[in-house]
Design a protein around this ligand. Structure first.
Ligand code: NDP
Length: 410
């Protein structure tokens, strides 16, 4: 019998939904590169319902309990007195989502003597100290591709919303105004602009493909080049370094994982190399950008806009400067947790657990760490080390005006 400890975000303020705006989800057979969607032996949820919050339980309870396992679900994840910390000591498996991450620091690994596997219900395992996982022989897995297209769609939305000055114009309407000049004074067309992505992996390539019809000039940097045929089809130019690409771009989108190589990549010096008035969209990880350098660049006009959904730590404290800096389009971390994405990553987690319990290999593309080293996708896209430093600050989050109290563990 295994103890599975699952950290999920709180239910909606008004309670777990009883109905939804739509009745079904589109059927998708494969991801764009041909990879199959998750293939668990079964699922115990209706695709399209809220699975990522505490009451949704990633649809895992019936499966786990009917196989004799113990499932503990909580949103109370930060601080030494948290439910998560108390339950961790005898947990065999920890599951959490990057949107509301259980920061698995080296200290927490040391407490969790029985721990065998850490699963990211989503993509991006930077909230886990990968070095500690390697040192302790703990497997780390994530559901590769489950929400890459969800994020690519979100990136396009955020680029357009910044360039066209959408959010401030929406605010004018909400306030009962008709101030066209105020809206138009910061509004441009995307057409003809130079747009660069830092990384052209699943999300980065998805963004390039979606932007192509907007008649923009496309650029990228990545450790591995795209196939020459793809470069030709998209007319995208590869640069050998971020430093080389940035001065050419009107819009930059960050789509690489957070690992020691990319931590604080966008600091004051790098942002100073960008064109004055460039837009920066970061849905990858908050820590890839220097928090104060971004706020200062918006104040000075070096950046015309910054948008994204990723912060550090998460949840972000009330006084995080990205909540109040000018010309931002920040949201909580939501791009990869649409109801569509949730159905895929809940099924992916179920597949990973089934493999683990049956002693079958977990798909290579889902592996980040196995057998004491980076493996699968981890070996391709991550570097060794730890990017969880500073995560204890998440305990400072006190809840906001419309934030539900953290639910009790179930
Ligand atoms: P992929 O693994 O498909 O792509 C990551 C790409 O980043 C790879 O092509 C990798 O290069 C490249 N890369 C790694 N390090 C560098 C570097 N130093 N410089 C340039 N490129 C680099 O992952 P996805 O595209 O699916 O996801 C990317 C990231 O987006 C995730 O790790 C996660 O942090 C974030 N994400 C955010 C979500 C959200 O809800 N906001 C949801 C999902 C993901 P190569 O492999 O060629 O070495």
């Amino acid at each position: 019998m295994a103890k599975v400890l699952c950290v999920l975000y709180a239910d909606p303020v008004d309670g777990y939904p009883t109905d939804y705006p739509r009745d079904d989800l589109p059927q998708i057979e494969r991801y764009p590169d041909g990879q199959t969607l998750p293939t668990p032996q079964g699922i115990d949820f209706r695709p399209g319902v809220l699975l990522g919050s505490v009451s949704g339980e990633l649809g895992l309870r019936r499966f786990l309990e009917s196989n004799g396992h113990n499932l503990v679900v909580t949103a109370d994840k930060d601080g030494a007195d948290s439910t998560f910390d108390r339950e961790l000591v005898d947990a065999d498996i920890v599951i959490s989502q990057p949107f509301w991450p259980a920061y698995m620091t080296a200290e927490r690994f040391a407490k969790a003597q029985k721990l065998k596997m850490v699963v990211t219900a989503g993509i991006g395992s930077d909230h886990t100290d990968l070095q500690a996982a390697m040192d302790r022989g703990v497997t780390v897995a994530e559901v590769t591709y489950c929400n890459s297209i969800s994020v690519a769609e979100h990136v396009v939305m955020m680029i357009l919303s910044l360039v066209r000055n959408y959010l401030p114009s929406w605010e004018v309407v909400k306030a009962g105004g008709w101030n066209i000049a105020d809206c138009a004074a910061r509004s441009y067309d995307l057409e003809g602009m130079h747009v660069g992505t830092v990384a052209a992996g699943r999300i980065g390539l998805g963004v390039l493909r979606r932007l192509k019809p907007f008649d923009v000039h496309l650029h990228y940097v990545d450790r591995h080049p795209l196939p020459a045929e793809t470069e030709r089809e998209l007319g995208v130019i590869r640069h050998t370094s971020v430093e080389e690409m940035l001065p050419l771009c009107d819009v930059v989108t960050i789509n690489c994982p957070l690992h020691p190589e990319t931590e604080h990549l966008f600091d004051a010096e790098l942002i100073a190399r960008m064109k004055r008035g460039a837009y920066l969209v970061n849905t990858a990880r908050g820590k890839i950008c220097d928090r104060d350098a971004v706020a200062a660049a918006l104040e000075s006009g070096q950046l015309a806009g910054y948008a994204g959904d990723v912060w550090f730590p998460q949840p972000a404290p009330q006084d995080h400067p990205w909540r109040t800096m000018p010309h931002h389009g920040m949201t909580p971390h939501i791009s990869g947790t649409s109801l569509s994405a949730q159905a895929r990553y809940a099924a992916g987690v179920r597949e990973i657990l089934e493999c683990f319990f049956d002693g079958r290999p977990i798909r290579d593309e889902y592996l980040i760490v196995e057998g004491g080293r980076l493996a699968g996708t981890g070996a391709h896209s991550y570097s060794e080390g730890d990017a969880t430093g500073g995560s204890e600050e998440a305990a400072r989050f006190q809840g906001g005006p419309n934030v539900a109290r953290p639910p009790l563990a179930r």
